[in-house]
Ligand binder design. Structure first.
Ligand SMILES: *Cc1c(COP(=O)(O)O)cnc(C)c1O
Length: 354
């Protein structure tokens, strides 16, 4: 740290992103990106976007993008907030809604406690079921803080049903419930339909996982218009131009290409189920995932051992610092051929360990 740093910097433990190797030749199964390129319509939109326009600021309201997202989800444009990745929406939520604190599942997205530290928000962890690391809805009833949970949860991939989410909403009428649906497009039920009925619900999504736009940085939230106004107050006090022109165009094109979205998410789901059966066959414990990754463990090696052995083969998967998670690795779903290479590598690792 420099001698100019504010005192609180020394107490921060920043989020550690998964490795992003910049050279070719890696099979990247560590950060849950889509293995498929963006829709051809996104590529077209970026081509026709006149570079000349880059001399002008983008639309600070991103009106055209907001309208496309609103139409897609059958809500009004007043119900949609857009941001530079959903991490930015999450940060704004901490600033806007969490002065009394936030409750999160004990095992969940690693960024949640980091934001709590940064924004000095009291952070309560809610234990998971010890049996299967699932979220018990009752454990989120009658809270005295805002609630933030990922559904499907990360890194386990397990999901609550719409009925279970509604129970959490009904049992917290005076708390905001934020559902982070980063992985919802791979088979779970979205709570967006409940936003019309509950003014204490905010649904947060991203184009990073299911819409092949991790590099564009586009996230959004859907909820009651008053919540969206609050988020915009924060945004216009921080960075009014949080979405650049290219990301706005890419987002519009991605939402309009429904067929491509459905085909690529379905492929990921098919590959996930195939990979799950193969890993079980090799002796892995595999959680029931409704996300674009599998959370697995194996009696014969720790998560770190498997991670290192796969890295030798230029395959990246994700391990976790958290002591409870040392047995596990999280494997993002790639293409069928990438997963075939993974399975082959794991077979080799198992046979040499014997
Ligand atoms: C990936 C992820 C995000 C962040 O997504 P960005 O839009 O890329 O910032 C948020 N929440 C969860 C649970 C995630 O896995």
């Amino acid at each position: 740290m420099s001698r100019f740093a504010n005192d609180f910097l020394s107490t921060l433990s920043p989020y550690v992103p998964g490795e992003q190797p910049q050279e070719n030749g890696w099979i990247k199964l560590n950060t849950n990106e889509s293995p498929y390129p963006p829709s051809p319509r996104v590529l077209d939109a970026l081509h026709t976007q006149q570079a000349q326009n880059l001399s002008r600021y983008p639309d600070p309201t991103a009106k055209n993008l907001v309208e496309v997202i609103a139409t897609y989800y059958h809500v009004q444009k007043e119900n949609v907030f857009v941001s530079n990745g959903s991490d930015e929406t999450l940060a704004f939520c901490y600033l806007a809604f969490c002065q009394n604190g936030v409750c999160c599942p004990a095992i969940s997205y690693g960024f949640y406690p980091v934001f709590a530290e940064l924004f000095q928000v009291p952070y309560e962890t809610v234990p998971l079921s010890p049996m299967d690391l699932s979220i018990k809805p009752e454990s989120f009833f009658h809270k005295n803080k805002s609630i933030l949970l990922a559904n499907p949860n990360a890194p386990t991939g397990t999901a609550l049903t719409l009925e279970q989410l509604e129970q959490i909403l009904k049992n917290n009428p005076n708390q905001l419930v934020m559902i982070d649906e980063a992985y919802v497009d791979f088979g779970a039920q979205s709570a967006v339909v409940l936003t019309q009925h509950y003014d204490n619900l905010l649904v947060i999504q991203t184009c990073s996982k299911s819409r092949s736009l991790a590099g564009a940085r586009l996230g959004f939230a859907i909820g009651h218009s008053a919540l969206i106004q609050d988020l915009n107050r924060i945004k216009f006090s921080f960075n009014p131009y949080n979405l650049n022109r290219m990301t706005i165009q890419a987002g519009i094109a991605a939402f309009l290409d429904v067929d491509y979205f459905q085909a690529t998410t379905q492929s990921v789901v098919n590959t996930r189920e195939k990979t799950k059966r193969r890993l079980q066959h090799l002796g892995f414990h595999v959680f029931d995932s409704l996300a674009n990754f599998l959370f697995v463990s194996h009696e014969s090696f720790s998560g770190q051992t498997l991670y290192e052995a796969l890295k030798q083969e230029k395959i990246l998967v994700r391990t976790f610092q958290n002591a409870e998670l040392t047995p596990y690795v999280r494997i993002s779903i790639g293409t069928d051929s990438e997963m075939a290479v993974l399975i082959h590598a794991i077979e080799e690792i198992i046979s040499t360990a014997k």
